[in-house]
Design a protein around this ligand. Structure first.
Ligand SMILES: [Zn+2]
Length: 279
């Protein structure tokens, strides 16, 4: 599932390819992809608008659109969820079986939203805050300090569950939560409120380093062709049973709030457990 680094790279790719392009027409092949308006209205509103900028907030891609007719601000937001991805091509024939929405652009280009599992969503709004207002701070922003992280994590839930909450920190998902915890030698089940200041500083640094490195590596290749260009190799995520890259002990996998968590039982000792219903 694409997280901050993968979405960041998608935004970069789209900026290079289609910033400034004008949408000539839209084909909606799977209507449920369009989340907050009818497919007909989505198609009508997007016809003739220019793509001014493409950026990321949390795991959302945000297209700033210039509506030349109404002059009103317009934004298309995309959440890739499990398997969504965007591709730009120069021929309509290049479109694939699982394309859910296709945009015909000027200059003979096509943008397609490809999504095998159909969970990805596109939104059209006049104010992007309508969708993003509940997101927590960006972990790579100046605002995200060790003090803020400590304050944010001062809850009884396991750290892994807290790191996944988009209203607390935006953009981290299963992979990079596991990676950051492994790098900072902290057990995923440790309750957030038990973190010492030094541990919090370590976790803060690990979160930022792990995300920055993954961005440079163009994200993680999930082996399912969602981010087929990703070069990032996780240190712990998805390595259950394999030797820890630090101490060689076998990596373990447990389930926390219905999500797989990977950790090293030797490097990441559980210091204090408040909740008992996790195993
Ligand atoms: Zn280890």
């Amino acid at each position: 599932m694409p997280e901050l680094p993968e979405v960041e790279n998608t935004a970069k790719y789209l900026r290079t390819r289609i910033k400034g392009s004008v949408i000539q027409s839209v084909d909606v092949c799977w209507e449920k992809t369009i989340q907050n308006c009818a497919a007909q209205s989505f198609k009508r509103k997007l016809r003739g608008v220019q793509i001014l900028e493409i950026w990321r907030r949390g795991k959302f891609l945000i297209f700033d659109l210039g509506d030349l007719r109404t002059k009103k601000p317009l934004f298309m937001l995309a959440h890739l969820r499990m398997s969504g991805s965007f591709r730009v091509s120069e021929s309509k024939e290049a479109s694939k079986k699982h394309d859910r929405v296709k945009f015909t652009l000027d200059k003979g280009e096509y943008l397609s939203f490809h999504d095998i599992r159909k969970f990805g969503r596109l939104y059209l709004v006049e104010d992007h805050n309508k969708i993003t207002k509940n997101l927590g701070p960006e972990p790579l922003s100046d605002k995200f300090s060790p003090e803020l992280l400590k304050q944010t994590l001062n809850r009884r839930s396991p750290l892994k569950a807290l790191l996944l909450r988009q209203d607390l920190i935006a953009g981290i998902g299963n992979i990079y939560a596991d990676e950051a915890l492994w790098h900072s030698l902290i057990h995923p089940l440790q309750p957030g409120c038990t973190l010492k200041t030094a541990e919090c500083e370590r976790l803060h640094q690990s979160i930022r380093e792990v995300l920055k490195e993954a961005i440079v590596n163009q994200g993680t290749n999930f082996g399912d062709k969602v981010v087929e260009y990703g070069l990032h190799q996780p240190s712990v995520y998805g390595r259950s049973g394999k030797p820890c890259r630090r101490c060689k002990k076998a990596i373990r996998r447990i389930v926390i709030t219905q999500r797989s968590s990977h950790f090293c039982p030797a490097c990441q000792k559980l210091k204090k457990r408040v909740l008992s219903d996790y195993s």
